[in-house]
Design a protein around this ligand. Structure first.
Ligand code: SAM
Length: 329
């Protein structure tokens, strides 16, 4: 098992399929985009499946979440999902996506064994979307969400990041939109992971602010805290339930003590934390002919040294050199 020195066990693997994205959300990357990882450096579909198989069959991983960059841009996605969901013991396979392309892909992905999706949606206003993501794609995202729901990829979860002065007045509207359609909304505090290093604590909309805004229009009661387990979201029943809304206070209410995640980047590096400054290079080892035992040993060693917390509050905190899009959110 992927156990660290504090006794936490990583069972939830986030795999980035590409660092490329068709949006330019300003909390993630600059409008002109980034220098993408060189193609030969990216894991091939077979390499991804080999490592995921190792994680599921030998290292106790029970959930595999494909992400990026934008995972729908990876041409072999449906094949990768199909091969992952046919592993035994069968992992839960999910996807974090901006939704652009789900109209075409939701049904084939569901058929390939995908269990559900998290779709990012920060605003319902087309102009605000364009200002925030530097692309006029809001209708595609909304259509993608509807397609995921129609394909049975439920519960459809929606991730929203609120930014001060841009979309922070939309908390209520976003929740209403999701409630009306049966989507589960989660607000995520903005984290210092943007390529431009533009994050500031003062500009971050905190979990407390989000909850205060929602409470002006909804009655929120804490859902059974025993249910939370290692899930990052604090869940609240909306107007008595059963509908729920989540708030992920990654910065102000960190949940590192119950973290069960480990990450594999698109270029084959294991990261034991979003904020890790070290990585373990499985790609080079694999391409140099490492056996499954050797790869498993490297992976175990990488997780063993996971730090107690992300350390954003430490005076010595250093933002990781890779931005979110290159790590896999
Ligand atoms: N492209 C996909 C998407 O849009 O969901 C997957 C990758 S994206 C990096 C994954 C999630 O990370 C999205 O919900 C996005 O809003 C979130 N994200 C990106 N940068 C962030 C930041 N600095 N702080 C908090 N969340 C962030």
């Amino acid at each position: 098992m992927l156990r660290d020195s504090f006794g936490r066990v990583a069972t939830d693997l986030r795999v980035s399929l590409t660092d490329r994205c068709n949006l330019r959300c300003s909390y993630c990357m600059p409008p002109e985009g980034l220098e993408w990882l060189p193609k030969p450096g990216l894991l091939t579909a077979d390499e991804i499946v080999r490592l995921v198989t190792l994680a599921v069959e030998r290292l106790g991983v029970t959930e595999v979440r494909y992400t990026g960059g934008e995972p729908l841009l990876r041409r072999e996605l449906v094949d990768i999902v199909a091969r992952t969901s046919s592993l035994r013991p069968a992992p839960q396979v999910s996807l974090t996506t901006n939704g652009i392309g789900l109209v075409r892909l939701a049904a084939p992905l569901a058929e390939a064994g995908l269990s559900r999706v998290n779709v990012s949606l920060d605003t319902l206003d087309r102009e605000t979307f364009e200002k925030l993501a530097h692309r006029d794609r809001l209708p595609d995202v909304l259509d993608g969400l509807a397609a995921a729901d129609a394909a049975g990829l439920r519960p459809v979860k929606v991730n929203s990041v609120l930014m001060r002065g841009i979309n922070d007045h939309e908390a209520t509207a976003l929740l209403r939109h999701c409630l009306e359609r049966g989507y589960e909304l989660r607000f995520i505090e903005q984290m210092p992971l943007d390529a431009q290093h533009g994050w500031s604590r003062e500009n971050m909309i905190t979990a407390e602010e989000i909850l205060a805004a929602l409470r002006e229009d909804f009655d929120l009661t804490e859902a059974d805290p025993g249910e939370r387990g290692s899930a990052p979201a604090e869940l609240f029943l909306v107007d008595g339930g059963p509908a729920r809304v989540g708030v992920i206070g990654s910065v102000t209410r960190p949940f590192c003590g119950s973290c069960d995640r480990v990450r594999l980047t698109a270029d084959g590096q294991v990261r034991n934390c979003l904020f890790a400054t070290d990585e373990s290079d499985l790609r080079s080892a694999m391409r140099a002919g490492a056996s499954d035992e050797e790869l498993a040993e490297r992976w175990l060693a990488a997780v063993r040294i996971k730090k107690a917390g992300h350390g954003i509050d430490d005076p010595s905190f250093l933002q990781p050199s890779r931005p979110m899009s290159a790590i896999g959110g």
